[in-house]
Design a protein around this ligand. Sequence first.
Ligand code: ADP
Ligand code: ZN
Ligand code: ZN
Length: 744
Amino acid sequence: MPLIQVALPTPLRRLFDYWPVAGEPLPVAGVRVKVPFGHRQMIGLVMGITETSELPANRIKAALTYLDTKALFSKPHLDFISWIASYYHQPLGEVVSAALPALLRQGQALHPPQEPRWQLTELGRTTSIEALKRAPRQAALIRTLQTSGLPKTQKSLQSEGFTLAMLQGLESKKLIELQKLATQKKGVGLPQLAPAEHLPTSVLAEVPLKLTSEQQAVVELLVSKVGAFSPALLQGVTGSGKTEVYLQLIQHLLEQGKQVLVLIPEIGLTPQTLKRFERRFNRRVVAMHSGMADKERLTAWRSALEGRASVVLGTRSAIFTPLPKLGLIIVDEEHDSSFKQQEGVRYQARDLAILRAKKENLPVLLGSATPSLESLAKAKEGAYLWLHLKQRPGAGVLVPEPKLLDIRNRHLVGGFSEPLLLAMDKHLKEENQVLVLLNRRGFAPVLMCTSCGWIAGCLHCDARMTWHREPPKLHCHHCDQQQPLPTNCPQCVEGELKPLGAGTERAEETLQARYPDIPVIRLDRDSVKNRNDLASKLDQVARQRPAILLGTQMLAKGHHFPDVTLATLLNADHGLYSSDPRAMERTAQLIIQVAGRAGREEKPGEVIIQTHHSDDPRLEKLCIEGYEALALDLLEERKKINWPPYAYLAMLRAEAPKTEQVEEFMRLLAEQANLLNQEGVTLLGPVPAPMERRQGRYHMQLLLHANKRAPLHRLMARLLAWLEGSAEARRVRWSLDVDPEDLF
Ligand code: ADP
Ligand code: ZN
Ligand code: ZN
């Protein structure tokens, strides 16, 4: 007798065998199933059918019910999901879980059950109200149904004051009846796709812009690649018209009845972005992101699955969306770190986009003004088409060259040097906008006692607490611990407590004091809690001039600020002397992204970067020769130190409430790794994590480094087999991160 193989959301890296549900036809792969698991029930996904099991027949349990009549994922999509599980060494059931909208994970039906509606019978349609004059409420009910002409739910009739008794009374007189619902047909296979004939004939809802010759060439080349796997990197400064290229390429696919998946960074998916896509096409565009309500997300997901959504615009997890007619994948701002999932099922959505395109034989387009070194390396070696947009359409304003402003030995007021403030004066006087980027929230990153040197630290982390003014508190940004501001120094009592350094709140205060009549629009996680806040702030920006836009990373990503003529980064030093080889890449990306905000449309711009190291040759190169020149240097450096993208990494992390527990575990883990390592993988560590104590737990890490991917993966597989059987591993929390990005 055949058995079904089920992926269940458990940490165990295997499939589970069950007897099929008695009396039902065998399910197809991709159908959800409810099964007994230990003392509980779980919802999993059928992955296949098998005739043999490692378990003796009497230990195999029977599945309880199937939750779908049709597969949620096609066979190729299931293969994609299985590949993700094996490449990232994550339990298949957890990858399946990550790929499903929450409501489906919880067992809800793909289609919400329809509420039955009451309608008039033939008799009820023709009956005269007169005949019911002895029952005036019943008569009124009949009249309501007759005048509206539409069936109504019991709920809506009750809200109009009709009771269930009245409904039943009329039903017994055969005047009304419950509408028969079209029952979902039982059957196996994939869901029915929407018939094409219901769609308006033209895919365009507005006239597209006339492309510049540069854009035209790019679109034509990409159109010629449709229908086959073809990865391309589109490198174009901010405002060079990449989005317009996407739109015109998408148009071409929609005309062929295809679906398109567009991945964008967390912060880039604003209502404005969505509107720009919706405005263009006579086809359904759906958003998919973590801020959506579960129901909304399921609706979007279902319309993608059934082929009714033509464009899916989503953040990283949208890479899992089933799209039966997928014709193209676009990853915008492909360098953005939000494409890397850092918890649970750890994956890199940009890499998965390439893989999915390869498996489904599609073109995939990565776009950025500042491509990741990974993508740049591929483009350089010819594995990706390398396309450039060098000009900005329209008045031909170029991206201004960033100027380094050395702040060594300069007095700073709330983070601002005098020359910077003078430059701001000038731009504001000309009624333009100034953008100030500062990558620190709160009022000040440190609260210190000036007489004894006490510093407010977090009880649970090796971190300082940030002083927030609004509302007043100390806040640890690593564990979210919050406490009231001390009125006195807890150590010496009489010393004065002073802020050290500046966050966005302090910068705001400084600017507001200097420019009392100019609006300071602050964008950071404290002032922007959701996408609507962001939209309303961006709306303010669009309406006010002069104005100062002040904020964190949020400001540097994707938005268009046509009135900004001065863009400034208050401190560029963070990445310069970090031990993380990625830090300089990130700093360079940030500087160029900031520069890209200045001088759009008819206004020339200026970009000022404050630093203590204006003579740093890398910064100089970036400012004078541009991002690509520096990035190619950084790539050479990576090659020399044998680091990704020229080498491969995997990170094992562990944490426990006590140092000894995690140390002991890591010692054993390293011992095993050394024992199992037969192919020259280098072990770096174990060492304490960059922040050893976090959220009251001790963290350590062991980095595996290899020149080739395969030996690294074989070692991981062996280590995982050991980890799953080891009692020590159950005493700590451990995780494996393949191609990790945050190491230091
Ligand atoms: P990017 O995505 O590279 O930042 P966009 O596509 O958003 O660039 O274009 C930047 C600005 O230039 C937008 O306001 C857009 O409407 C405009 N634009 C883009 N392409 C053209 C074109 N061919 N002709 C005129 N304006 C254009
Ligand atoms: Zn003190
Ligand atoms: Zn903390």
